[in-house]
Structures are given as C-alpha cells and as structure tokens.
Ligand binder design. Structure first.
Ligand code: KG4
Ligand code: ZN
Length: 344
C-alpha cells in the first residue's frame, strides 16, 4: 500500500451507521478533511441499542450530517470521487440507512459505490497512526466483538480466537448497567476505575490454553458481589468495583493476546475497536510493548469508537483495487471478516 504513489488519490465521502453512531467523513490522501458524528444517547432508557429507534434516528440525521461535513471541509458533492458506507456487520435497518445514502449519491453523481466491512475498518484505523508491517496480530475489542486476528498481508484476516459469549464492550456495558451507570457504560467504568483502588477481587474469566475469551461469568460475579454487599448492609465503593471490573477484563485480554503473540514472530500488535479507547487497557498494553520491545499501534480514541474516518480510509485503499461494487450489492448484517480479501 505504501508503494502506490502512482495511483489516483480519490476524494472519499464515507458513512458509518452500523449501530448507534451516524458518522460521515470526507477524506483525501489519508487525511481527514471533515468528520461529523452524532451518537444516539436516546437508547439509555432501554439499557442497550433499540434497533428500530437506531434506524429512525440515522434516517433523521444522515442528510444534516453529510451537509455539515461538506461545509466543514468546504467540499461540494460533485468534488467526491467515490461514496462509501459500512455494509456489515451490524444492525440491518441501521446499515440500510447509510448504504442507501451512499448509493443514492453514487447514482446521482455517477461515481463508484464502495461497501466497507466494519471490523476490517476498525483494524485499519491503526493506519492513521503508522503504516502496517506484516504479519501482524490485532486485538479487536468492541461492543459486539472480541477477536484476535492475524494479518499475513493487507486486507486478509485470519481469526485466531474470539469470545464464546459476551464481547468485552458488552461486559463493560452490562456490568455498568447493574451498577446503575448510564449506557454505554464502558466510558463510565473507565472514569470511575481511574479513581478506584484494589479492593474487590473478581475471578479471571476463561484462563485456559485457548485463544478464546468469555465474559458472561463476570456479570454473575459482579451480581454476587452487589448482593453480598446489600445483604451485609455494607456500603459499596463504586470506584473500587469499577477498578476490579476493568482490571479483570484487561487481564483476560492481555493474557490471551500475549499467548497469541508468542506463537509467531509478529511484526506488530494493533489494538482496535471502541474498548481500545479504555485508558487502563491502553496503559497496560503500552507497558507490555515497552517491556517486550515491539511496535504497538493504538488508534487515537476518536478512531477507536465507531466513526466514518475508518470507513473512508479503507475505501480510499480499495478504490483502485476492486473495492467498488454495483448498486445492487446488498448489506450483510452477518458479513464475516474472514470473507474479506483484497490484493493491494
Ligand atoms: O467499536 P464501538 O464504538 O462499536 C461497536 O462496533 O460495537 O464499541 C462500542 C463499545 C461499547 O461497548 C462501549 O461501552 C465501549 O466500546 N467503550 C469503552 C470505552 N469507550 C467505549 N469501553 C471501555 N472503556 C472506554 N473508554
Ligand atoms: Zn464498531
């Protein structure tokens, strides 16, 4: 990818709408010219994302967000060389809104439409920090996925391990809800944990020889802790509990990543996904990479959580490498990352 100086650098308009963030990015030559994101806070009352509400809110906002991005970058729609959107995995109704908007614009301006895989984009967001060296290992931790992925070359992904139940972000959110914190709970646990101290101990989930994760048991442990405190009329220290939850999740992620990283001479480790914006996780992995002396790539926080910039970066890379698809291309809510292959 680094040696394609002779290829055209297209101006990309990319849309991310796979879950509860509506995000539009205008990108050219690897640089973000505008990034506008609207996060749906309306789901708090349901304690999780309510799919019908999510698609309705995407539909209400998408045009305004595109207009704002164009104003911010001082671009016109006719300046855009290709229109991209997340085509999966995600919530079907939400995906449709972004994809329909991108396809409509591609049709109107007679420009290519590029469907992008959401999880591939999370990983590729690391290229905002530095170019990738292969083979690499990526730990992808989001609200819906927890995966260890190997990349032997660009845009080829091999699954090494994944969660057997809840995703890491889901564990953060569910435990936060039990503690009475707003949705999404991950950032709240992060903030509380920074004020907490080692006090409560929670069992380490799935500490075995596999590369898999399991986080559903954590909920039960926290539930038992909350019940025991209530029964014994002991005041609960929220910050200390958040600290225990966060360190347990981080330790589980670290152990399996270390195990996977040791099995091959990987050239780098890439953290990705919304949970990678967790301060404790970033710090722990940074310490390990310094100690073991290997390159660690962690995108800035804005590029970890769902955003249009990561979609645009992939679309730009794939523009000259078969990324464009006919307008009949369908969204796939279950699109598998291992089905993504591009020779670049
Ligand atoms: O990647 P993302 O934005 O959306 C999905 O593709 O799922 O990830 C969202 C997840 C949520 O579960 C949210 O609580 C979690 O990332 N998250 C965090 C933090 N920021 C977002 N979890 C822990 N600490 C954070 N600072
Ligand atoms: Zn995501």
């Amino acid at each position: 990818m680094g040696d394609d100086q002779n290829l055209i650098k297209p101006r990309i308009l990319a849309i991310e709408s796979s879950c509860d963030d509506t995000s539009v990015c205008l990108l050219h030559d690897g640089k973000v010219h505008a990034l506008v994101t609207a996060s749906q806070i309306d789901h708090d009352q349901f304690g999780g994302v309510f799919p019908e509400l999510a698609s309705r809110l995407h539909a209400e906002k998408i045009t305004l967000i595109i207009e704002k991005a164009l104003r911010d970058a001082n671009w016109k729609l006719s300046d855009v060389d290709a229109f991209a959107a997340t085509a999966g995995p995600g919530l079907i109704g939400s995906l449709h809104i972004g994809v329909m908007a991108a396809k409509t614009l591609a049709f109107r301006y007679q420009k290519p439409y590029i469907p992008v895989h959401h999880l591939a984009a999370h990983i590729e967001a690391g290229r905002f920090v530095q170019p990738f060296q292969y083979p690499l290992l990526s730990l992808l931790v989001s609200g819906g996925h927890t995966m260890l992925i190997e990349m032997e070359k660009p845009f080829h992904y091999r699954l090494i391990g994944q969660t057997r139940d809840d995703a890491a972000g889901e564990a953060f959110d569910k435990v936060a809800r039990m503690m009475g914190l707003p949705y999404p709970g991950g950032p709240h646990i992060d903030t509380l944990a920074s004020q907490g101290k080692p006090h409560y101990t929670l069992p380490l989930p799935l500490d075995d020889d596999s590369f898999d994760f399991s986080f559903s048991g954590l909920k039960t442990s926290v539930q038992q802790r909350l019940q025991a405190n209530e029964r014994d009329k002991q005041p609960l220290d929220q910050a200390d509990l958040a600290y225990a939850v966060q360190t347990t999740i981080i330790e589980a992620l670290l152990r399996k990543t270390k195990r996977a990283f040791a099995q091959k001479p990987y050239k780098m480790l890439v953290l990705a996904g919304g949970v990678a914006s967790n301060k404790g996780l970033r710090h722990t992995f940074q310490e390990w990479s310094k100690e073991a002396n290997f390159p660690l790539v962690i995108p800035p926080s804005w590029a970890c959580t769902d955003n249009g910039a990561m979609i645009a970066l992939v679309a730009e890379a794939l523009y000259s490498h078969g990324g464009a698809q006919p307008l009949s291309h369908k969204v796939d809510p279950n699109w598998s990352l291992t089905d993504v292959h591009f020779e670049v």
